[in-house]
Ligand binder design. Structure first.
Ligand SMILES: Cc1ncc(COP(=O)(O)O)c(C=O)c1O
Length: 390
């Protein structure tokens, strides 16, 4: 008899990035506007901490589940100064192995099998996957035509099984930045209905054209129901180092500690040392890199505007994405395959983000040098014109 595997895991969607990466590999010379990464690594202040890590053999042993006290303290100081989020005696703050792990910690800490979590579509695919993995049901609420929150629709989706509402701003995959007022409304809705508000702030520094970032964890009275997720992956070029942080209501501490102790024990300690240096470099490190990324963004936007009336791209004041809406009956994966095979440019299909209706493509521009960005958008525009021509 054949041993059985998990039905629960079979229900989880497969990540799309490796599928697109394989197509790129098969078509050498393809420019990728696909992966959601930045093109830079950590600041020198992070590397400067590594000698200190190796200087003491005790650093190779397990360290506290919640994070090195030095890093917890530095993160708490950053959150107070930049986000106006106060963690009090630090029993509401845990260092994680990245934002994804922080999200999984939150879902496991809040839910029982069969519970519902409200996600906005388009969603960040790992959020949807995490909810399904925890044997919970993602309840999908579509954003409006500008990819902004529809608070009434979110309220209407709440049932007795709802445990949390998830928001991501600046957003992956749309680049939308939610106004402070909208995040207030969601946070207050959660307070009124006895739900948690999980807010992912992985792109907190990536805002353009005067847009500003807002942390709902800073709202007076929000600390009892708000879970705020942070990451150094994008801001400080830390994707492979795996460091993030979560702030949560104090009563969840015991659950979060059990989860993290079991899955991780502690975030990689060498990375935590590096993170102390990264926080010392601070937001200024990211903001300096943002100038180049903003230039790529301008190139992308100018190119995408040329696609009218075949396609439209809603306003995107944050992160390093645009989500293009194509006016075609073709499926988004088919368009992506043709763009790679016939035009040597890769983007991510909207279906990966739960966009079942219509044809959407995510264009990422965080990791490109100027020449590649220019060539990439030119190929995308001419490729889409060829594919979509009436
Ligand atoms: C919205 C969002 N949250 C979290 C992550 C993952 O961050 P980390 O590398 O910290 O796990 C990403 C990465 O693309 C993201 O887009």
């Amino acid at each position: 008899m054949r041993p059985r595997e998990s039905q629960r895991m079979a229900a989880v969607q497969s990540p799309i990035i490796p599928v697109v990466a394989e197509l790129i590999r098969q078509h050498p010379g393809t420019i990728s506007l696909g992966q959601g990464v930045v093109g830079y690594g950590p600041p020198p202040e992070a590397a400067a901490q590594l000698d200190r890590f190796f200087a003491d053999p005790a650093h190779h042993k397990y360290q506290p589940v919640a994070g090195l006290p030095e890093l917890v303290e530095a993160y708490a100081a950053k959150l107070a100064a930049e986000n106006r989020v106060t963690v009090g005696n630090e029993s509401r703050l845990v260092i994680t192995a990245g934002g994804n792990m922080a999200f999984m910690n939150a879902i496991l800490a809040l839910t029982d099998p069969g519970d519902e979590i409200i996600l906005q579509t388009p969603y960040y695919f790992n959020h949807e996957m995490a909810v399904t993995m925890a044997s919970c049901r993602p309840v999908l609420v579509s954003t409006d035509s500008e990819y902004q929150l529809r608070v009434d629709a979110i309220a209407a989706a709440i049932t007795s099984r709802t445990r949390a509402i998830v928001t991501v701003s600046p957003n992956n995959p749309t680049g939308a930045v939610y106004p402070e007022a909208a995040l207030h409304q969601v946070n207050e809705l959660c307070a009124r209905r006895g739900l948690h508000h999980i807010h992912d702030e992985a792109y907190e520094y990536f805002v353009y054209d005067g847009a500003s970032h807002f942390s709902p964890g800073s709202i007076a009275g929000a600390e009892g129901h708000t879970i705020s997720l942070f990451s150094l992956s994008k801001s400080h070029g830390f994707a492979s180092w795996r460091i993030g942080a979560m702030v949560f209501p104090e009563r969840l501490l015991a659950a979060v500690r059990k989860i993290q102790d079991t899955i991780l024990i502690c975030a990689p300690v060498i990375s935590q040392f590096a993170a102390v240096g990264a926080l010392r470099a601070g937001a200024a490190y990211c903001r300096e890199k943002l100038r180049g990324i903003a230039e790529n963004r301008a190139l992308m936007r100018a190119g995408l505007e040329q696609l009218a009336p075949l396609a439209e791209t809603p306003r995107a004041d944050g992160a390093f994405y645009f989500l293009v809406r194509l006016h075609t009956a073709l499926g988004s994966f088919e368009v992506v395959e043709r763009l790679i095979r016939e035009h040597r440019v890769a983007v991510i299909p909207g279906t990966a983000f739960g966009m079942a209706d219509g044809c959407h493509l995510r264009v990422a521009y965080g990791a490109l040098d100027r020449g590649t960005a220019a060539e990439g958008i030119e190929r995308l525009v001419s490729g889409l014109r060829a594919i979509l021509k009436p």
